[in-house]
Design a protein around this ligand. Structure first.
Ligand code: C2E
Ligand code: CA
Ligand code: CA
Length: 720
């Protein structure tokens, strides 16, 4: 390009020189017109710089001598290179050149305005031509790149396909997993070596059959449901444990996964089965399960297998209608173990297991060893109740000949509890408990025999067990309450006090009398907290009566029963005193009733607490007197203040005429008691005749239905 000369002040093209103002302005307008539409990554400033350069080219060309429009082409090409390629870009560029190039970039002194306009137009043509040519070139280049890319992509796909195909082939052929490919009708298209090997080596055997024929009697039904769903295209895959019959008759256990393969358009095309041989694992599992469910010593089913079977039979789903159990426990096995050693004991158990096994190996029968020397025979659906007792008889007979253990002849005896009944009603634990209770009955009757469960004695034992179990919660949950039975002065029939009688309001069994649970509470020791609660509550109640002035001027007393275990409790005295003090009841208003039997058995140490309480003024009554056959002379050493004559004595006085012997006895006791300065209370007075006679005999007070039955504390004021 020839350097322009002329009127543009400092030469517009001076390399590195500052562009003149006009040129700058033109470039800025140009930039504003096209920058927003370019796809360039240049910043606006950079773009403006570029435009300034192009503007300088155009300005120089405008003044060129001779005029040469070709720099216009270069400008067009440069615009395409700068990504000014949106459809509106070229018209805008030409518009700006047309309007502003002659205005800002020409010197009228050098170039007449008309000439400038003509040159500008020619430059525009050149720009447009360069632009179009560059655009065309670029499109062609892009197309070329695209098709080159497409071509190489195609080559890539083919290579990948081939690779995945070989990979698939390799996997298919060399896999340890058995693989089979079938079409949607189930026809086998291909199987790999592993699958053929699993089935015994013959590929033909595997290929020749439709997969729908690969059934096995142990197939769970859902296999074939899922298979059909898959074949209808409703399921993509499923996985099951399935066995197959091999041609040699053995079973092949597999973990089978079947997947649906679809074509590109989504149509179900193939089924792919992957088969893992799990026969070994299954065998191992079976072996482990056998070990877990069998007794290592005798090889008999163990306790857990026995319960599993029993529970199965008792479950709702089972169609077992009746169940029989023989619960067998060896008599005196501990002695054998202790005197002859465990090795001999073990040998004996093995021999016993063998003999018993022979007795309970019929259909629906199972013999298990469920504890040291405890065996149980389970009979499902015994044809008759007799079947189970016959089994027990057979078992006893089988054990009746001596067992030879290491050259020693040992006698074996056993006790058996037999239970037989409908499967619906009992739980497995209840059934075994019933059998256990019954077995103990057989033992208690001398052993070497069987006993048959009887619902009544069982029910008693079971409910005893149940109540014992629930006592602690009942005490916590405040299920106990107290009824009071009036004690009446015989002299005038006035109310003297009341005996506190505890009851249990059981959530399932209703109100239970003390006879049902006091012995259990006594047995478990729970009587101590229960007795303390009764004492507290009765003392509080007596206080309330006294405060309310019930029973007239004399303060009402309360009688509380003490059981033998409480008698021996070290804190009896302290507890009683603190209960009285807390409530503010005078000791003389409390009478503790202790049965004659308990009191007679107590030695001096055990009597000391009672004596201390008596010294404090607490009344001590000898309850149920006359049932303990005590030596009357003994009465003197007891710390008692009152005799409570048992109901059995007053019964004879109900009759008319009264039994003369009873009359004499009662008369004697009353007079002896009075000599010892004991007052006499009679229990169980049910009729007025009785009441009259007892009064005549000198009894001091009475208690019984004739006066009032035990009732809630609010009823006491109206009782007499
Ligand atoms: P118990 O001390 O001999 O109590 C008298 C029992 O005879 C009460 O029975 C009472 O309801 C009953 N009875 C009262 N009058 C008559 C009558 O005219 N005819 C007949 N046939 N029976 C009558 P309950 O309430 O069943 O108490 C039974 C036993 O339970 C009591 O005999 C007592 O030994 C014991 N007991 C009651 N409450 C407690 C307590 O809080 N602690 C302890 N350790 N034992 C208690
Ligand atoms: Ca009593
Ligand atoms: Ca009594």
């Amino acid at each position: 390009m020839t350097p322009p000369t002329g009127p543009l002040g400092p030469p517009a093209h001076a390399p590195g020189g500052e562009p003149p103002d006009g040129l700058r302005r033109f470039a800025r307008i140009w930039c504003r017109a096209v920058y927003a539409d370019t796809a360039t990554s240049m910043t606006r400033a950079e773009f403006e710089e570029l435009m300034t350069g192009l503007a300088r080219l155009l300005a120089d060309a405008l003044h060129g001598r001779p005029f040469d429009p070709s720099p216009g082409r270069a400008v067009g090409e440069a615009l395409v290179a700068a990504h000014c390629t949106v459809p509106e870009a070229l018209p805008r560029v030409l518009g700006v050149v047309d309007a502003y190039l002659p205005l800002y970039c020409s010197d009228p002194a050098e170039l007449p305005a008309d000439e400038a306009r003509i040159r500008s137009t020619r430059l525009q043509h050149a720009i447009a031509a360069g632009y179009a040519a560059a655009l065309q070139e670029r499109t062609r280049a892009e197309q070329e790149a695209l098709s080159r890319a497409a071509l190489s992509a195609q080559q890539e796909i083919a290579r990948a396909l081939h690779e995945s195909e070989t990979r698939f082939r390799a996997v298919f052929k060399d896999a340890a997993l058995g693989i089979a490919l079938a079409d949607m009708s189930g026809r086998v298209l291909d199987v790999n070596d592993a699958l053929a090997r699993m089935f015994g080596g013959s590929e033909h055997h595997v290929r020749s059959r439709n997969i729908l024929e690969w059934t096995h009697p142990e197939d769970p039904p859902e296999i074939w449901r899922m298979q059909r769903e898959l074949m209808r295209g409703e399921r993509e895959h499923f996985q099951v444990e399935k066995s197959y019959g091999r041609s040699d008759g053995t079973a092949l256990w597999t973990n089978l996964t079947v997947s649906l393969l679809r074509a590109a358009n989504g149509e179900p095309r193939y089924m792919l089965a992957m088969v893992e041989d799990v026969s070994e694992r299954r065998l191992l599992n079976l072996r482990l399960r056998y070990q877990a469910t069998h007794d290592a010593l005798t090889d008999l089913p163990n306790r857990s297998l026995f319960f599993e079977r029993l529970e199965q039979a008792l479950s709702r789903a089972s169609d077992t209608a009746r169940i029989g159990l023989c619960y067998l426990d060896l008599d005196g096995f501990k002695a054998v173990n202790d005197s002859l050693g465990h090795a001999v004991g073990d040998q004996l158990l093995i021999a016993v297991a063998e003999r018993l096994h022979g007795c309970a190996s019929g259909p629906g029968q199972m013999l298990a060893r469920i504890g040291g020397d405890e065996f149980v025979a389970l009979v499902l659906d015994p044809p008759s109740p007799g079947t189970v007792t016959e089994l027990a008889e057979r078992a006893l007979y089988a054990l009746s000949t001596p067992v030879d253990v290491g050259g020693r002849e040992l006698m074996v005896r056993a006790s058996i509890g037999v239970v037989e009944g409908p499967a619906r009603h009992l739980s497995s634990a209840e059934m075994l408990r019933s059998a256990d209770i019954t077995m103990y009955r057989a033992k208690a009757e001398g052993g070497n025999r069987y006993a048959v469960a009887d619902p009544d004695s069982d029910a008693r034992a079971i409910s005893r067990h149940h109540l014992t179990h629930h006592l602690p919660a009942a005490l916590k949950g405040a299920e106990f309450f107290i009824e009071y039975q009036p004690l009446v002065k015989m002299e005038d029939g006035s109310l003297e006090g009341a005996e506190a009688l505890v009851r249990w309001s059981h959530p399932r069994h209703g109100v239970l009398g003390p006879d049902r649970f006091i012995p259990l509470a006594e047995h478990t020791g729970l009587i101590v907290p229960l007795g303390r609660w009764v004492l507290q509550e009765a003392v509080r109640q007596a206080c309330e009566w006294q405060v309310r002035g019930i029973g007239g001027p004399r303060p009402l007393k309360v009688n509380v029963n003490l059981s033998p275990r409480q008698l021996h409790h070290p804190e009896l005295v302290e507890d009683t005193i603190s209960v009285l003090e807390e409530a503010g009841l005078p000791p003389s208003s409390l009478c503790l009733e202790v049965t004659e039997t308990a009191m007679i058995r107590a030695d001096e140490n055990e009597l000391r607490p009672l004596r201390q309480l008596a010294e404090l003024g607490v009344g001590i009554a000898l309850d149920d007197f006359g049932t303990g056959y005590s030596n009357l002379a003994n009465l003197r050493r007891l710390p008692a203040t009152t005799l409570k004559l048992d109901r059995s004595f007053t019964l004879g006085l109900q009759r008319a005429p009264a039994d003369p012997v009873d009359l004499k006895i009662v008369e004697g006791i009353v007079s002896l008691a009075h000599t010892l300065e004991l007052s006499v209370t009679v229990e169980g007075v049910e009729t007025s005749t009785q009441a009259d006679r007892l009064r005549e005999l000198g009894c001091d007070s009475a208690q019984g239905w004739f006066y009032a039955r035990p009732g809630p504390p609010e009823r006491l004021p109206e009782a007499v």
